[in-house]
Design a protein around this ligand. Structure first.
Ligand code: AMP
Length: 276
């Protein structure tokens, strides 16, 4: 596996792959890889030569967030990628975002859900992903549905800028107890992690309530919120939206999505579930 830190070198490798008619599957990550990332990579392999990036992007963290403490383990990440037989790992230095003067502004509709609690987050995400797209020029880019709002925004950005990139969604990979895998789960001790599992269990219960016939958005969310608060979660939001994330649903239909973010023991969790 080739580890590339230099932008010009990464551009050349991508260009050469394209010249030899190879298709490029790109998987952007912030590292501390887990099976969620692995799933994206395995999907990527089905479509082309895989380039994974690892970059903890300071531009997407707020001033009071965990940029400095964000889990990093480059050595183990490289080993995981080598074992997966990945050809290229792009690991740019911080100057990929330093001194940037033109940020991509996120659209008005991103100022909901995550946008309320992380005001500059999506501006930082869109800007770094656009930079990485410009360097790598992939045919396919893989994003996890765990970060659903991010996935929707990236798809919109690709449409808005006429990029020839197919944005590929990958379902959320979970621990046995249902907890969505996340690099931030490394912050939990074993006991706290067990309680953190209730986050998804509550979302699942809500989805089951819908299956059993309840369609009132208020009824579906109120009991879930109460239950989570009782277990010690501090809820940022728990909302039912249409799948385009345009409107909050009062009367819930199949295809709508329940999205939630909460903090437990200071660790921020996000997750979602579709109503079927
Ligand atoms: P991150 O390293 O957390 O920025 O995530 C990199 C990519 O992996 C994003 O597209 C995430 O949505 C995706 N991802 C993270 N966790 C999971 C998971 N549990 N299942 C599927 N995809 C995930």
């Amino acid at each position: 596996m080739k580890i590339i830190t230099n932008i010009a070198e990464m551009k050349k490798i991508s260009k050469d792959l394209k010249k030899s008619s190879r298709r490029i599957s790109f998987i952007p990550t912030m590292g501390k890889l887990h099976n969620g990332h692995v799933k994206l990579i395995e999907k990527g392999k089905e479509y082309g030569d895989v380039i994974v990036s690892i970059f903890v992007n300071p531009a997407q963290f707020g001033p009071d967030e965990d940029f400095n403490n964000y889990p990093r383990d480059f050595e183990n990440d490289s080993k995981i990628l080598k074992d997966l037989n990945i050809g290229y790992l792009f690991h740019p230095a911080a100057d990929i975002v330093k001194n940037t003067e033109t940020f991509l502004i996120d659209p008005e509709y991103s100022n909901r859900l995550e946008g309320v609690f992380r005001p500059a987050h999506f501006q930082g995400v869109l800007t770094i992903v656009m930079k990485l797209f410009c360097i790598i020029n992939p045919d396919f880019a893989f994003f996890g549905l765990k970060d659903y709002q991010q996935y929707i925004l990236i798809k919109k950005m690709v449409e808005d800028y006429f990029l020839d990139i197919e944005v590929m969604p990958v379902p959320t990979v979970r621990e046995k107890c249902g907890l969505a895998m996340s690099s931030r789960n490394a912050y939990f001790n074993e006991d706290d992690k067990k309680i953190a599992c209730n986050f998804y269990k509550s979302l699942k219960k809500t989805a089951d309530l819908f299956k059993a016939g309840e369609t009132s958005g208020e009824k579906l969310t109120v009991s879930t919120i109460k239950e989570l608060i009782k277990s010690g979660f501090k809820i940022d939001y728990l909302k039912i939206m249409d799948k385009g994330l345009n409107i909050e649903k009062q009367s819930v239909e199949a295809g709508d999505i329940l999205l939630a973010a909460a903090r437990f023991k200071g660790v921020r969790l996000i997750d979602n579930i579709f109503f079927e």
